[in-house]
Design a protein around this ligand. Structure first.
Ligand code: HEC
Ligand code: HEC
Length: 463
């Protein structure tokens, strides 16, 4: 209660502050204020204000989650202030503090006006790099499964089993390692509950699928693509990206009415630019790297700088050799449903029902989008360039950045240490021996010698 009242007060104070600021800048700001919102601005506003689903947790419960934490974390929380506890909670669940509203919910969470917090696209799609929010980078911290499990526990402790709690967690596993999620399987299951018009089926037609975790790709590359997802199986449209909002409680008709808003959300996604590498670059070395890159990599990944091209090339799975679970684990029925349903405009969209492999992604801003490959199995660009030296198990630090190897700052291990007994402790390690998490393949850099690899690594910083 105390916290809630405090927040109302803060809200009132900031309203006054904002009113004062507006009053002060009124003469110059008036023209600015009357400028109509662009579609991209509207899209971002919707993502930051519109609850697209029922609440996943009560704010009041979120602030009590520490009560169910394992020791010694719980003990630290007992001694912490409420503000410190929130920071600890964000860190535990990989939620990103909103730089525009540090006292409010994290980015990717919207308030429902009734004390509930609703997660949306940005919970998976908005992350931070070296501790800084960069718009469009995927959230490589998100501990979705741990969050949902803790919410279930606190509802019990609070004696409020009917309180909100992400229901999606009851029918599919959400993710075996922090930072990656079983995202395509949610979509397979959510769409299997619907007919082509998105009405609820009496008997769900759930096809056979394989659970596997994926790394959310950076949004700034979406504008370069005609087709979406790592296998490029669907043409890019605003309808396709709505699937996550198809939770059972949204009926078909009201879901479809959201379509206009998603045009704007797609416009926002396509307005994002890749971030520039913020540290020093050896320009001469990078220029040498560009030559080697154009020889060994550009056929698939395109060229960069003025006049750059992107071929959007789908590479057969046996050629790329990365983990195949995503490709073989997505049932043909699901791809067909896309084509035949409202999503695929009832057969109008050219959905690829049997893609033979993965599409080489654009590499713009690739320095910022670690970990690499569609399953997030490779922590740095140096490891992408050195296929034989990729770690079997690795664990990242929260905000560290490895400027030598360009990517996540990690500890490498042979196996998950026996001390990490609890399943949630295991989730802080990335174990490449688990199904769907292999870091093998993409041996193309092997045609470069060590000096060329060093130069290509430098060049990749500049994209
Ligand atoms: C649970 C995490 C999660 C949520 C929530 C989520 N996504 Fe994603 N999204 C992913 C992952 C993982 C991928 C990569 C899937 C693949 O390639 O198969 C992805 C892919 C995408 C892509 C394609 C990117 C590309 O380069 O091909 C777009 C666009 C996208 N999501 C938009 C959205 C929007 C809009 C929402 C909200 C309605 C949303 N996502 C909700 C995890 C999520
Ligand atoms: C024959 C086509 C092909 C060639 C040649 C190729 N790549 Fe790739 N690359 C791919 C594909 C396909 C993927 C996606 C693999 C996956 O995610 O499973 C990929 C992924 C990557 C990624 C990870 C991107 C991300 O965001 O996860 C990097 C980095 C990369 N390639 C760099 C290079 C470099 C550097 C070279 C040249 C030495 C190169 N590639 C040569 C096809 C190719």
């Amino acid at each position: 209660m105390r916290a809630t009242r405090g927040r109302v007060l803060v809200g009132a104070v900031s309203a006054i502050v904002i009113a004062t600021v507006i009053a002060r800048v009124a003469p110059a700001g008036a023209a600015e204020a009357s400028k109509p919102e662009t579609p991209a601005e509207r899209g971002l506003r919707l993502l930051r204000t519109e609850p697209y689903a029922p609440a996943d947790v009560l704010e009041e419960h979120f602030d009590r989650l520490w009560e169910v934490w394992p020791e010694p974390l719980r003990k630290q929380a007992v001694e912490a202030t409420p503000e410190e506890r929130r920071t600890m909670a964000f860190s535990r669940y990989g939620l990103i503090e909103d730089p525009d509203d540090p006292d409010g919910p994290p980015i990717g969470v919207v308030e429902d006006g009734q004390g509930g917090w609703v997660m949306n696209c940005l919970a998976c799609h908005q992350g931070k790099v070296a501790g800084r929010v960069i718009w469009g980078v995927g959230n490589s911290h998100f501990a979705f499964q741990t969050l949902v499990q803790d919410v279930a526990k606190i509802r019990k402790v609070a004696g409020d089993k009917d309180a909100p709690g992400a229901s999606v967690g009851s029918f599919v596993p959400l993710g075996l390692s922090n930072g990656t999620t079983n995202a395509q399987v949610f979509s397979i299951v959510l769409t299997a509950l619907r007919d082509e018009d998105l009405n609820r089926r009496e008997v769900p037609k759930i096809p056979r699928f394989k659970n596997h975790d994926l790394d959310a790709p950076p949004f700034w590359n979406v504008k370069r693509k005609k087709n979406l997802y790592i296998d490029g199986f669907v043409p890019k449209t605003h309808r396709v990206i709505m699937q996550f909002a198809l939770v059972p409680s949204n009926d078909g008709e009201s879901f479809k009415k959201r379509e206009e808003g998603f045009r704007d959300i797609l416009a926002w996604i396509e307005s994002l630019e890749a971030p520039e590498y913020p540290w020093d670059v050896d320009e001469d070395l990078a220029a040498q790297g560009q030559k080697a890159f154009n020889r060994a990599c550009a056929d698939c990944h395109g060229t960069y700088g003025p006049g750059g091209t992107y071929p959007e090339k789908r590479v057969p799975i046996d050629t790329v050799g990365t983990d195949s679970t995503r490709l073989t684990g997505m049932p043909a029925e699901h791809r067909r449903f896309y084509r035949e349903s409202w999503f695929g405009e009832y057969g109008q969209l050219e959905v690829v029902e049997e893609p033979e492999g993965y599409v080489a992604p654009p590499l713009d801003g690739v320095w910022a989008s670690a970990p690499y490959f569609h399953n997030g199995s490779v922590p740095t660009l140096w490891h992408v360039l050195h296929p034989g030296q990729r770690p079997t198990v690795w664990r990242r630090t929260e905000n560290g950045y490895d400027r030598q190897r360009v990517g996540l700052e990690i500890t490498e291990l042979e196996a998950i240490p026996p001390g990490a007994k609890k399943i949630e402790a295991k989730r802080s390690y990335f174990d490449t021996s688990i199904t769907g998490k292999s870091a093998a393949g993409h041996d193309f850099p092997e045609e470069l010698d060590e000096d060329e690899k060093r130069a290509v690594l430098e060049y990749l910083k500049t994209l």
